[in-house]
Write a protein that binds this ligand. Structure first.
Ligand code: GTB
Length: 217
């Protein structure tokens, strides 16, 4: 059955791979699954056809036969469950990989998203300059805890898993701020994720779209 995901027709990051379709592409590449991409304009993302798939009008979505999903973590979870390569065989280790997927989106991603909000949405408010360092410090606090936990391990819990895929994807969003480089072991962890051939293919695929000229109309 054909797998179809949705992505920005043109990502606001210009192809840095920070939009959330990249993590889904990465999971599909790790799992060795071919997929098609439906590109959406800002208008199409809020049109009834897409809202029927995604109630919040976002990307990514995932369609396969009569299954339709939204929410990148849920999509990566589904891919990891259906195919090899992203969950360990051992039942406890698999559950811990799922735990790390939740930790990525519930513990680490929220303060990072706050920084994006204060920079790009609230940047012109009179209090934005004062708020920014507070938000940056909340990220530092969380990354410091993660850095201590990771130590000099290669991955979060033994071999590479969907937990690492989600965590690396989330951490990548801290790189433009420079905060990631304050934690050399996390910067190395992210670099190991990026070096994976599956990530490279996912990154190249989204870059090809974002570097191409937009079709007229
Ligand atoms: N929790 C959902 C998930 O994980 O799937 C969040 C989905 C989401 O926020 N999608 C964003 C979206 O569709 C794209 S990824 N936004 C369109 C809209 O709000 O109308 C977020 C994103 C956007 C841009 C960058 N960037 O330019 O660096 C990075 C990440």
């Amino acid at each position: 059955m054909t797998i179809t995901i949705t992505a920005f027709e043109r990502s606001p990051d210009g192809g840095k791979g920070l939009a959330r379709d990249t993590r889904v592409r990465w999971a599909l590449e790790e799992a060795g699954q071919p997929y098609e991409v439906r590109l959406l304009s800002p208008r199409a993302m809020k049109a009834p056809a897409h809202l029927a798939l995604h109630p919040f009008g976002h990307i990514p979505t995932y369609e396969e036969g009569d299954l339709a999903l939204f929410e990148s973590g849920a999509i990566v979870f589904h891919i990891a469950e259906q195919h090899g390569g992203l969950f360990p065989r051992d039942a406890n280790a698999r559950t811990r990989a799922i735990m790390w997927m939740f930790a990525a989106v519930n513990e680490v991603e929220p303060p990072i998203l706050e920084l994006v909000t204060v920079k790009f949405v609230e940047g012109d408010r009179p209090w934005a300059k004062e708020r920014m360092p507070l938000v940056a410090d909340r990220i530092r606090h969380r990354l410091g805890q993660l850095s201590t936990h990771l130590g000099d391990a290669e991955w979060l819990d033994g071999g590479f898993s969907a937990g690492d895929l989600m965590m690396v994807s989330v951490l990548l969003r801290t790189r433009p701020s420079g905060i990631l480089d304050e934690f050399p072991n996390l910067a190395g962890y992210v670099a190991r994720g990026e070096a994976r051939p599956a990530y490279q293919r996912a990154f190249a695929a989204q870059l090809a779209i974002n570097a191409a000229p937009l079709a007229a109309g």
